[in-house]
Design a protein around this ligand. Structure first.
Ligand code: COA
Ligand code: MG
Length: 298
């Protein structure tokens, strides 16, 4: 299953949890971290677990949970509270190095055993660029001792990183992210592709600007990202559409594959007056594979 839209839902909001049920998002991330006030932590854990237990069928929409960072004493109680509800995955914020994913992996293994769940069934998405250290440690994801098949996606963020860097603003005069955030974005994408995990585009805080969201999704998609974080229910549908290959793209991809199939043993060929070679064939196959996986989701 390809998760195109990942909608954050504050874990202590009955109204938003209900609203999210009927939303088009491919996955919800039930939040126990920043959208929950400290004095609501305990109630949020109970509400999230009850919600997970109530929604056992995840075939249309996966249910993930964002826990508090591992360097707080909230993260373990968060995990212990939600594992009985069998979340599809855990979102890990404020990562310092990939050793953090390994630590989470070990904790999940213990809890899976305690609750009789299949080993390694709980997946992980990291928010990979929220600390200053994280920008300097992306290579640690490639180290054998930190690798875990649980890690299925990574996304990046510019808000917490700005705070970590002492910045008062993360954008330049033109409104685009400053260089250091683009560095984080680029490292996140490269690490994901090196590991063969899903690179997920950054959230857009301006939730009324759906045209801006669509443009950003298309730019992310061109760059190699698959899917995007949403923070408002109206964003999911826009994200799903933007990350679904269009009929024209699918038709062109089929023609590219066909022209190579019709000319076996040829490494480069012309189509519509343009040169095609192996990277184009690979890209066409990627488009068709993505399209087929989305079709299979129904
Ligand atoms: N998930 C589910 N439902 C949501 C939602 C979300 N993330 N955001 C808004 N809604 C609901 C609202 O409750 C409202 O429902 P109602 O009609 O039953 O009252 C409806 O969608 C329309 O909401 P709207 O009035 O447009 O927005 P808002 O001002 O209520 O909320 C935010 C704006 C930003 C506070 C809200 O979208 C939100 O909480 N987003 C998630 C924040 C979060 O999780 N942050 C952590 C990750 S960065
Ligand atoms: Mg909090």
């Amino acid at each position: 299953m390809i998760i195109r839209s990942w909608l954050f839902v504050p874990g202590d909001s009955e109204r938003k949890l209900e609203k999210a049920r009927g939303n088009e998002a491919d996955a919800l991330i039930l939040d126990l971290e920043d959208s929950v006030a400290d004095d609501r932590q305990e109630i949020a854990r109970k509400m999230v677990c009850a919600y997970l237990e109530d929604r056992g069928d995840r075939s249309r929409q996966q249910l993930w949970v964002r826990i508090n960072p591992l360097d707080t004493d909230l993260s373990m109680p968060d995990l212990e509270a939600v594992m009985p509800g069998v979340p599809d995955g855990i979102c890990l914020p404020k990562v310092y190095t990939a050793a953090d994913t390994k630590t989470l992996c070990d904790r999940l293994s213990k809890l899976e055993a305690e609750h009789g769940l299949a080993p390694m069934s709980t997946k992980i998405i990291t928010v990979a660029t929220e600390t200053a250290a994280s920008l300097l440690t992306f290579h640690t994801y490639l180290e054998a001792e930190n690798r875990t098949p649980r890690l299925t996606a990574m996304t990046w963020g510019a808000e917490d990183l700005a705070a970590a860097l002492g910045a008062s603003n993360n954008r330049g005069p033109d409104g685009d992210y400053d260089d250091v955030y683009i560095l984080g974005k680029s490292l996140c994408l490269a690490a994901c592709r090196a590991l063969d995990v899903q690179p997920v585009g950054v959230l857009i805080t301006d939730f009324r600007d759906l045209d801006g969201l669509e443009a950003d999704c298309l730019r992310d998609r061109q760059a190699g990202f698959i899917g995007k974080i949403a923070i408002h229910p109206a964003q999911s549908e826009v994200i799903n559409r933007a990350f679904t290959p269009s009929d024209d793209e699918v038709a062109f991809a089929r023609r590219v594959v066909a022209v190579f199939e019709d000319n076996p043993g040829v490494g480069t060929i012309g189509l519509d007056g343009k040169m095609l070679d192996m990277p184009h064939l690979k890209q066409a196959r990627n488009v068709l594979a993505t399209y087929e996986q989305i079709q299979a989701m129904g």
